[in-house]
Design a protein around this ligand. Structure first.
Ligand SMILES: [Zn+2]
Length: 321
């Protein structure tokens, strides 16, 4: 084996090992917690995943990193005890934080419940962004160390810097939610909630950034909509949440979904989920009804919007509901 090839293999194995590592830090907002983290559910397990799972499995879009050909995704059955989990809370703080939504049924008039649903999405997102920054930063250092990358190569160093900046910006955003939690000032979040009298075949816990994609690459303070979709018995619940301070900018985007007809709502949501979210699960029973053509259309749209976030086209195959 040539020396070059040996170095490349060493690097690939280092990157794969890094990608498998867990970032383990309890994000409890009231104090610094150093307890070991559990696999905390970002989508409620007992009520929501239970309703969607078949044989204890749900379907998820699982990203696979192919270092030769770039990112790919596969829809795979994932055990419900692993699905949508993140190692961002210890056992004690996960149950303390989310008990009100874990033991009670969703009540649209309850401000604390709506806040906690959104907060859970925010914590998972922070964990994901920090891990992404570490996953990029660590191999980058290794690449430089192995002499495989010119540290003055601005494209790569810019990508590393942007991912770190992205995690830092989001850390500040998460602190807004911490303050609300610590002071019980739940009304500082505005929610738009709709109930559709139709079976819900999927669940989402994620955030999206409708503004940045329009303004382009300029770095702005994140103004995000938290999106949660989940079944409650025979109905579909859609919950859009954002900081009241951001309402002027975000309300028009939320209203676009809220004010649409039911069919359009579900179609708009499907495209929003595929464009911006990776943390969603589909019931296997529902997914099994998808044709191969539909699955391919969904995968292509999901992958294309990873790099071209504004890409848009209409195709009934993008309907997830
Ligand atoms: Zn803790």
């Amino acid at each position: 084996m040539s020396k070059d090839k040996k170095v490349m293999n060493e690097l690939k194995s280092f990157i794969y090992t890094q990608l498998k590592k867990k970032y383990n830090k309890c994000l409890w907002p009231k104090s610094d917690c150093t307890e070991n983290c559990i696999k905390a559910h970002s989508i409620q397990n007992g009520q929501i995943l239970d309703q969607l799972a078949s044989n204890n499995h749900v379907v998820m879009a699982v990203p696979t990193q192919n270092l030769n050909t770039g990112p790919e995704i596969e829809f795979q059955q994932v055990g419900r005890n692993l699905a949508t989990t993140f190692t961002g809370l210890c056992q004690k703080h996960d149950s303390e934080l989310f008990r009100p939504i874990d033991i009670n049924e969703f009540d649209v008039s309850n401000q604390q419940q709506k806040f906690l649903i959104a907060y859970r999405s925010v914590l998972r997102e922070l964990h994901t962004r920090i891990k992404a920054a570490i996953d990029l930063q660590t191999p980058y250092q290794k690449i430089v160390e192995l002499g495989k990358c010119d540290p003055n190569n601005r494209d790569i160093s810019e990508l590393v810097t942007n991912t770190l900046a992205n995690a830092c910006d989001f850390y500040l955003y998460k602190q807004e939610y911490d303050k609300i939690y610590n002071t019980n000032s739940f009304t500082k979040i505005e929610h738009k909630c709709i109930r559709i009298e139709r079976n819900c075949p999927l669940a989402v816990s994620s955030l999206f950034d409708p503004i940045k994609s329009i303004i382009g690459r300029k770095r702005l303070k994140p103004k995000l909509i938290v999106l949660n979709v989940f079944p409650q018995k025979q109905d579909t619940i859609i919950l859009l949440s954002y900081l009241r301070d951001h309402q002027e900018d975000l309300r028009p985007y939320a209203n676009e979904i809220i004010n649409a007809s039911v069919e359009d709502q579900l179609y708009l949501l499907s495209k929003t989920i595929l464009r911006y979210c990776e943390n969603f699960v589909i019931s296997p029973q529902h997914f099994n009804l998808f044709s191969q053509e539909k699955i391919d259309t969904i995968k292509n749209f999901y992958l294309a919007t990873l790099t071209l976030i504004d890409l848009d086209h209409n195709d009934k195959n993008l309907m997830l509901f």
